[in-house]
Design a protein around this ligand. Structure first.
Ligand code: SF4
Length: 343
Protein backbone atom coordinates (compact mmCIF):
# COMPACT_ATOMS: atom_id res chain seq x y z
CA UNK A 1 0.00 0.00 0.00
CA UNK A 2 1.30 3.42 -0.89
CA UNK A 3 1.59 6.01 1.88
CA UNK A 4 0.32 8.85 -0.23
CA UNK A 5 -2.78 8.98 -2.39
CA UNK A 6 -1.82 9.12 -6.04
CA UNK A 7 -2.58 12.06 -8.24
CA UNK A 8 -5.87 12.20 -10.04
CA UNK A 9 -5.71 14.02 -13.35
CA UNK A 10 -8.67 15.85 -14.72
CA UNK A 11 -8.95 16.55 -18.45
CA UNK A 12 -11.71 18.90 -19.56
CA UNK A 13 -13.23 19.58 -22.98
CA UNK A 14 -15.94 22.02 -23.94
CA UNK A 15 -17.67 25.02 -22.47
CA UNK A 16 -17.36 27.11 -19.32
CA UNK A 17 -20.03 25.00 -17.62
CA UNK A 18 -17.83 21.93 -18.09
CA UNK A 19 -14.82 23.77 -16.66
CA UNK A 20 -16.93 24.78 -13.70
CA UNK A 21 -18.02 21.18 -13.12
CA UNK A 22 -14.42 19.98 -13.34
CA UNK A 23 -13.46 22.49 -10.67
CA UNK A 24 -16.37 21.20 -8.59
CA UNK A 25 -14.99 17.64 -8.93
CA UNK A 26 -11.55 18.90 -7.93
CA UNK A 27 -12.94 20.71 -4.87
CA UNK A 28 -14.82 17.59 -3.78
CA UNK A 29 -11.74 15.43 -4.19
CA UNK A 30 -9.57 17.93 -2.32
CA UNK A 31 -12.11 17.99 0.52
CA UNK A 32 -11.75 14.19 0.70
CA UNK A 33 -7.97 14.52 0.97
CA UNK A 34 -7.36 13.39 -2.62
CA UNK A 35 -4.79 15.28 -4.65
CA UNK A 36 -6.10 16.23 -8.08
CA UNK A 37 -4.58 18.26 -10.90
CA UNK A 38 -6.22 19.77 -13.98
CA UNK A 39 -4.31 18.99 -17.17
CA UNK A 40 -4.83 19.66 -20.85
CA UNK A 41 -5.22 16.72 -23.22
CA UNK A 42 -1.88 17.71 -24.74
CA UNK A 43 -0.21 16.83 -21.42
CA UNK A 44 -1.61 13.28 -21.21
CA UNK A 45 1.46 11.70 -22.81
CA UNK A 46 3.88 13.44 -20.41
CA UNK A 47 2.39 12.48 -17.03
CA UNK A 48 4.59 9.97 -15.24
CA UNK A 49 2.54 8.99 -12.21
CA UNK A 50 -1.05 8.90 -13.42
CA UNK A 51 -3.32 6.50 -11.51
CA UNK A 52 -6.82 7.79 -12.15
CA UNK A 53 -7.99 10.08 -14.92
CA UNK A 54 -11.25 11.96 -14.94
CA UNK A 55 -12.27 12.99 -18.44
CA UNK A 56 -15.00 15.63 -18.70
CA UNK A 57 -16.37 15.31 -22.22
CA UNK A 58 -18.18 17.62 -24.64
CA UNK A 59 -20.76 16.78 -27.31
CA UNK A 60 -21.72 20.19 -28.65
CA UNK A 61 -20.37 19.38 -32.12
CA UNK A 62 -19.45 16.05 -33.68
CA UNK A 63 -15.82 17.25 -33.69
CA UNK A 64 -15.99 17.96 -29.92
CA UNK A 65 -17.38 14.49 -29.31
CA UNK A 66 -14.64 12.91 -31.42
CA UNK A 67 -11.99 14.82 -29.48
CA UNK A 68 -13.42 13.60 -26.16
CA UNK A 69 -13.41 9.98 -27.32
CA UNK A 70 -9.92 10.38 -28.68
CA UNK A 71 -8.88 11.65 -25.23
CA UNK A 72 -10.01 8.32 -23.72
CA UNK A 73 -7.98 6.36 -26.31
CA UNK A 74 -4.97 8.52 -25.64
CA UNK A 75 -5.14 7.87 -21.89
CA UNK A 76 -5.44 4.13 -22.55
CA UNK A 77 -2.44 4.24 -24.88
CA UNK A 78 -0.08 6.21 -22.62
CA UNK A 79 -1.38 4.98 -19.24
CA UNK A 80 -2.64 1.42 -19.67
CA UNK A 81 -2.67 0.88 -15.89
CA UNK A 82 -4.70 3.99 -15.10
CA UNK A 83 -8.39 3.87 -14.32
CA UNK A 84 -10.62 6.25 -16.23
CA UNK A 85 -13.74 7.94 -14.89
CA UNK A 86 -15.76 9.73 -17.58
CA UNK A 87 -18.35 12.45 -17.22
CA UNK A 88 -19.91 15.25 -19.30
CA UNK A 89 -22.23 15.51 -22.28
CA UNK A 90 -20.56 12.96 -24.58
CA UNK A 91 -19.72 10.27 -22.04
CA UNK A 92 -22.41 10.35 -19.37
CA UNK A 93 -23.92 13.10 -17.32
CA UNK A 94 -22.98 12.81 -13.64
CA UNK A 95 -22.87 15.30 -10.80
CA UNK A 96 -19.42 16.32 -9.52
CA UNK A 97 -20.26 14.50 -6.27
CA UNK A 98 -20.98 11.24 -8.14
CA UNK A 99 -17.69 11.56 -10.00
CA UNK A 100 -15.75 12.19 -6.78
CA UNK A 101 -17.25 9.03 -5.27
CA UNK A 102 -16.36 7.02 -8.37
CA UNK A 103 -12.77 8.24 -8.13
CA UNK A 104 -12.66 7.36 -4.42
CA UNK A 105 -13.87 3.84 -5.25
CA UNK A 106 -11.21 3.46 -7.95
CA UNK A 107 -8.53 4.42 -5.42
CA UNK A 108 -9.93 2.10 -2.76
CA UNK A 109 -10.05 -0.80 -5.24
CA UNK A 110 -6.44 -0.12 -6.14
CA UNK A 111 -5.52 -0.48 -2.44
CA UNK A 112 -4.74 3.14 -1.92
CA UNK A 113 -5.64 4.61 1.45
CA UNK A 114 -9.40 4.96 1.84
CA UNK A 115 -10.22 8.64 1.44
CA UNK A 116 -12.40 10.57 3.82
CA UNK A 117 -16.13 10.53 3.14
CA UNK A 118 -17.66 12.92 0.65
CA UNK A 119 -18.67 16.18 2.35
CA UNK A 120 -22.46 16.50 2.74
CA UNK A 121 -23.92 18.52 -0.19
CA UNK A 122 -20.53 18.63 -1.88
CA UNK A 123 -17.68 21.01 -1.18
CA UNK A 124 -17.78 24.74 -1.95
CA UNK A 125 -16.05 25.05 -5.30
CA UNK A 126 -12.62 26.58 -4.87
CA UNK A 127 -11.46 28.21 -8.09
CA UNK A 128 -7.83 28.22 -9.12
CA UNK A 129 -8.05 30.75 -11.94
CA UNK A 130 -7.96 34.51 -11.57
CA UNK A 131 -11.12 34.67 -13.65
CA UNK A 132 -13.49 32.12 -12.13
CA UNK A 133 -16.42 30.60 -14.04
CA UNK A 134 -19.44 30.39 -11.76
CA UNK A 135 -22.23 28.14 -12.98
CA UNK A 136 -25.62 29.59 -12.10
CA UNK A 137 -27.90 27.55 -14.38
CA UNK A 138 -28.08 24.19 -16.12
CA UNK A 139 -30.24 22.74 -18.88
CA UNK A 140 -32.02 23.81 -22.05
CA UNK A 141 -35.34 22.83 -23.62
CA UNK A 142 -35.22 25.18 -26.58
CA UNK A 143 -34.48 22.46 -29.13
CA UNK A 144 -32.73 24.60 -31.71
CA UNK A 145 -32.90 22.27 -34.69
CA UNK A 146 -29.12 21.83 -34.99
CA UNK A 147 -28.39 21.33 -31.28
CA UNK A 148 -27.99 18.09 -29.34
CA UNK A 149 -27.73 19.74 -25.93
CA UNK A 150 -31.47 19.61 -24.99
CA UNK A 151 -31.30 15.83 -25.47
CA UNK A 152 -28.36 15.64 -23.08
CA UNK A 153 -29.00 18.43 -20.57
CA UNK A 154 -32.77 18.73 -20.53
CA UNK A 155 -33.31 19.34 -16.83
CA UNK A 156 -33.54 23.05 -16.03
CA UNK A 157 -31.86 23.98 -12.76
CA UNK A 158 -31.08 27.45 -11.43
CA UNK A 159 -28.90 27.97 -8.40
CA UNK A 160 -30.36 30.14 -5.64
CA UNK A 161 -28.85 33.62 -5.47
CA UNK A 162 -27.54 33.05 -1.92
CA UNK A 163 -25.70 29.96 -3.10
CA UNK A 164 -23.98 31.84 -5.92
CA UNK A 165 -23.05 34.75 -3.65
CA UNK A 166 -21.68 32.37 -0.98
CA UNK A 167 -19.45 30.72 -3.58
CA UNK A 168 -18.10 34.06 -4.82
CA UNK A 169 -17.43 35.27 -1.28
CA UNK A 170 -15.64 32.02 -0.38
CA UNK A 171 -12.87 32.59 -2.96
CA UNK A 172 -9.38 33.70 -2.05
CA UNK A 173 -7.84 37.01 -3.18
CA UNK A 174 -6.30 35.33 -6.26
CA UNK A 175 -9.77 35.35 -7.85
CA UNK A 176 -10.06 38.84 -9.29
CA UNK A 177 -13.16 38.44 -11.46
CA UNK A 178 -16.02 36.03 -12.05
CA UNK A 179 -18.03 35.02 -15.10
CA UNK A 180 -21.62 33.88 -14.62
CA UNK A 181 -22.32 30.95 -16.91
CA UNK A 182 -25.03 28.45 -17.71
CA UNK A 183 -26.31 26.32 -20.58
CA UNK A 184 -29.09 28.82 -21.33
CA UNK A 185 -29.22 31.77 -18.95
CA UNK A 186 -32.68 32.77 -20.29
CA UNK A 187 -34.13 30.26 -17.85
CA UNK A 188 -32.83 32.11 -14.81
CA UNK A 189 -36.07 33.48 -13.35
CA UNK A 190 -34.79 36.67 -11.70
CA UNK A 191 -31.54 37.36 -13.45
CA UNK A 192 -31.60 41.09 -12.60
CA UNK A 193 -31.74 40.24 -8.87
CA UNK A 194 -28.84 37.86 -9.32
CA UNK A 195 -26.84 40.61 -11.07
CA UNK A 196 -27.44 43.08 -8.21
CA UNK A 197 -26.44 40.47 -5.61
CA UNK A 198 -23.26 39.52 -7.50
CA UNK A 199 -22.37 43.18 -7.95
CA UNK A 200 -22.70 43.71 -4.19
CA UNK A 201 -19.83 41.22 -3.71
CA UNK A 202 -17.54 44.02 -4.95
CA UNK A 203 -15.65 41.92 -7.50
CA UNK A 204 -15.44 42.52 -11.27
CA UNK A 205 -17.89 40.27 -13.05
CA UNK A 206 -19.28 39.52 -16.47
CA UNK A 207 -21.86 37.32 -18.15
CA UNK A 208 -20.84 34.38 -20.29
CA UNK A 209 -22.53 33.74 -23.65
CA UNK A 210 -26.30 34.19 -23.65
CA UNK A 211 -29.33 34.12 -25.93
CA UNK A 212 -30.55 37.47 -27.35
CA UNK A 213 -34.06 37.42 -25.80
CA UNK A 214 -32.51 37.54 -22.33
CA UNK A 215 -31.19 41.08 -22.82
CA UNK A 216 -34.38 43.06 -22.13
CA UNK A 217 -34.32 46.86 -21.68
CA UNK A 218 -34.91 46.28 -17.93
CA UNK A 219 -31.89 44.00 -17.63
CA UNK A 220 -29.73 46.46 -19.59
CA UNK A 221 -30.79 49.20 -17.17
CA UNK A 222 -29.94 46.99 -14.19
CA UNK A 223 -26.52 46.18 -15.63
CA UNK A 224 -25.89 49.89 -16.20
CA UNK A 225 -26.36 50.40 -12.46
CA UNK A 226 -23.89 47.66 -11.50
CA UNK A 227 -20.58 49.32 -10.60
CA UNK A 228 -18.47 46.16 -11.02
CA UNK A 229 -20.04 44.80 -14.21
CA UNK A 230 -17.61 44.40 -17.14
CA UNK A 231 -19.45 45.05 -20.43
CA UNK A 232 -18.17 42.14 -22.51
CA UNK A 233 -21.15 40.64 -24.28
CA UNK A 234 -21.20 37.32 -26.11
CA UNK A 235 -24.67 37.13 -27.68
CA UNK A 236 -25.33 34.00 -29.73
CA UNK A 237 -26.43 35.00 -33.23
CA UNK A 238 -26.00 31.73 -35.20
CA UNK A 239 -27.23 33.25 -38.48
CA UNK A 240 -27.79 36.69 -39.98
CA UNK A 241 -30.67 35.42 -42.13
CA UNK A 242 -34.22 35.48 -40.75
CA UNK A 243 -35.20 32.46 -42.85
CA UNK A 244 -32.34 30.43 -41.39
CA UNK A 245 -33.07 31.63 -37.85
CA UNK A 246 -36.66 30.35 -38.26
CA UNK A 247 -35.42 27.02 -39.59
CA UNK A 248 -33.04 26.81 -36.63
CA UNK A 249 -35.97 27.43 -34.21
CA UNK A 250 -34.28 30.54 -32.85
CA UNK A 251 -36.75 32.93 -31.27
CA UNK A 252 -35.63 36.31 -32.57
CA UNK A 253 -35.19 38.15 -35.84
CA UNK A 254 -32.12 39.97 -37.07
CA UNK A 255 -33.96 43.27 -36.54
CA UNK A 256 -34.56 42.39 -32.87
CA UNK A 257 -30.96 41.31 -32.50
CA UNK A 258 -29.71 44.59 -33.98
CA UNK A 259 -31.99 46.52 -31.62
CA UNK A 260 -30.52 44.69 -28.60
CA UNK A 261 -27.01 45.61 -29.73
CA UNK A 262 -28.09 49.23 -30.23
CA UNK A 263 -29.62 49.31 -26.72
CA UNK A 264 -26.43 47.88 -25.24
CA UNK A 265 -24.22 50.32 -27.15
CA UNK A 266 -26.33 53.21 -25.88
CA UNK A 267 -25.84 52.07 -22.26
CA UNK A 268 -22.23 50.87 -22.67
CA UNK A 269 -20.47 52.90 -25.38
CA UNK A 270 -17.19 50.98 -24.89
CA UNK A 271 -18.66 47.50 -24.73
CA UNK A 272 -17.04 44.55 -26.51
CA UNK A 273 -19.29 42.30 -28.56
CA UNK A 274 -18.76 38.69 -29.52
CA UNK A 275 -20.97 36.02 -30.98
CA UNK A 276 -21.33 32.43 -32.16
CA UNK A 277 -22.15 31.79 -35.80
CA UNK A 278 -23.01 28.61 -37.70
CA UNK A 279 -22.23 28.52 -41.41
CA UNK A 280 -23.58 25.91 -43.81
CA UNK A 281 -26.84 25.14 -41.98
CA UNK A 282 -28.87 22.88 -44.35
CA UNK A 283 -31.37 25.58 -45.44
CA UNK A 284 -28.73 28.30 -45.82
CA UNK A 285 -28.88 29.33 -49.48
CA UNK A 286 -26.34 31.64 -51.15
CA UNK A 287 -28.84 34.45 -50.58
CA UNK A 288 -29.16 33.59 -46.86
CA UNK A 289 -25.39 33.47 -46.54
CA UNK A 290 -25.06 36.86 -48.26
CA UNK A 291 -27.57 38.26 -45.75
CA UNK A 292 -25.50 36.85 -42.91
CA UNK A 293 -22.32 38.45 -44.24
CA UNK A 294 -24.10 41.79 -44.59
CA UNK A 295 -25.46 41.51 -41.05
CA UNK A 296 -22.05 40.71 -39.61
CA UNK A 297 -20.64 43.81 -41.31
CA UNK A 298 -23.48 45.90 -39.95
CA UNK A 299 -23.01 44.78 -36.33
CA UNK A 300 -19.21 44.85 -36.51
CA UNK A 301 -18.47 42.27 -33.83
CA UNK A 302 -15.16 42.27 -32.00
CA UNK A 303 -14.98 38.48 -31.92
CA UNK A 304 -16.81 35.73 -33.79
CA UNK A 305 -16.68 32.07 -32.95
CA UNK A 306 -17.49 30.38 -36.27
CA UNK A 307 -18.83 26.83 -36.40
CA UNK A 308 -19.03 25.02 -39.74
CA UNK A 309 -22.37 23.21 -39.45
CA UNK A 310 -22.12 19.48 -38.85
CA UNK A 311 -25.19 17.29 -38.35
CA UNK A 312 -25.88 15.83 -34.89
CA UNK A 313 -27.80 12.58 -35.15
CA UNK A 314 -31.23 12.86 -33.55
CA UNK A 315 -31.69 16.58 -34.21
CA UNK A 316 -34.24 17.87 -36.74
CA UNK A 317 -31.66 19.56 -38.96
CA UNK A 318 -29.71 16.31 -39.34
CA UNK A 319 -32.67 14.86 -41.27
CA UNK A 320 -32.61 17.69 -43.86
CA UNK A 321 -30.67 17.51 -47.14
CA UNK A 322 -27.17 18.69 -46.29
CA UNK A 323 -24.97 21.28 -47.99
CA UNK A 324 -21.77 20.01 -49.61
CA UNK A 325 -18.73 20.13 -47.32
CA UNK A 326 -16.77 22.22 -49.83
CA UNK A 327 -19.44 24.94 -49.70
CA UNK A 328 -19.54 24.88 -45.91
CA UNK A 329 -15.76 25.23 -45.81
CA UNK A 330 -15.83 28.10 -48.29
CA UNK A 331 -18.42 29.96 -46.23
CA UNK A 332 -16.35 29.36 -43.11
CA UNK A 333 -13.30 30.86 -44.84
CA UNK A 334 -15.35 33.80 -46.15
CA UNK A 335 -16.59 34.72 -42.68
CA UNK A 336 -13.15 34.20 -41.19
CA UNK A 337 -11.78 36.92 -43.45
CA UNK A 338 -14.37 39.33 -42.10
CA UNK A 339 -13.74 39.01 -38.41
CA UNK A 340 -11.30 40.98 -36.32
CA UNK A 341 -10.46 37.93 -34.22
CA UNK A 342 -11.81 34.42 -34.02
CA UNK A 343 -11.93 33.08 -30.46
S1 SF4 B 1 -30.54 27.58 -26.82
FE1 SF4 B 1 -30.37 26.32 -28.65
S2 SF4 B 1 -28.15 26.26 -29.06
FE2 SF4 B 1 -28.39 26.90 -26.92
S3 SF4 B 1 -28.26 24.98 -25.73
FE3 SF4 B 1 -30.44 25.43 -26.12
S4 SF4 B 1 -30.94 24.26 -27.96
FE4 SF4 B 1 -28.68 24.41 -27.87
Amino acid sequence: MQSQAPKVYLVTYGCKVNYYESEAVQSNLNAMGIDCAMVSDGAISHLPDAQVFVLNSCAVTSMAEKKSRYGVSKIKRYHPQAQIVTMGCALGRKTPEMVALEVANCLANANYPQPAKLPANGAVVQHKREKAFIKVQDGCQNFCTYCIIPYLRNKIECRPIDDVVAEIRAQGPHVTSVVLCGINLCYYPNFGDLCRAVDACGIAWEISSFEPPMMTPELIKTLGQCAHFVPHFHICLQSGSDAVLRAMNRHYTTAQYAQIIANLRAEFPHAIFGTDLIVGFPTETEQCFAETVAFLKKIDFDTIHIFPYSPRTGTKAAALPQIQNSIVTKRYEDVKKLVKSEQ
